[in-house]
Design a protein around this ligand. Sequence first.
Ligand code: GSH
Length: 233
Amino acid sequence: MIDFYALTSPNVQKIYIILEECGLPYTEHFIDVWKGEQYSPAYLKINPNNKIPAIVDREGPGGKPYTVFESGAILMYLAEKSGRLMPKDTAARYETIQWLMIQLTGVGPMFGQLTHFKLFVPKSVDSYAHDRYQSEVKRLYGVLEKRLGESPWLGGKEYSIADIATFPWTRNHDAQGVSFTDKPNLTRWFDVIAARPAVKAALAKIAVIKSNRETASDEQKDQFFGRGKYAAA
Ligand SMILES: N[C@@H](CCC(=O)N[C@@H](CS)C(=O)NCC(=O)O)C(=O)O
């Protein structure tokens, strides 16, 4: 059994998808980051970086409970545990890891910052940041489109954790200012992943999760965004 510390964000969606793909039994524990629950002493013992997702595998290495945080590390751990979704051959495995890393170091941070500036900072206040992140997001979509024109899947010949990591971040491409109408390769890839039964099951679970996102107070938003009196000194 896997204890899964979750809510609804793209990094969490990846873990719902791999758990469903692998048929691993799990129990959800919701950490409402819009209420500051990621800062509770009990949760900080699980992830000292106060972020979701995290998991505790009750049957980890040596049969003992094992904690994993950071979505990329969790994907690799669960792929290794289940023997699926990551190639065994060294060259093929590192091809997958490279595209996983593009998601972890490029797509996630850049798409996340663009969303922050689009939703929470009026363009009149900071058009430089809007334009900087918008340009980088468009560039990254171009890289993904090209890759998917040369390879059936991001990580290579097979569906893998590189696809699972990237798919949730592309679900809101229109809101990110990127149309798929001129991106046939991303369209094909996206539609095939969205039609997978495990992905549908994961997204159905996520769709009914309630959070404090819409009703967060200004102070709770300040804490979540690390600003105002919550800015790191
Ligand atoms: N690099 C981390 C990022 C996770 C992340 O940013 N999680 C957000 C989800 S909303 C979070 O927990 N934010 C709470 C906070 O920053 O206090 C991963 O890939 O797992």
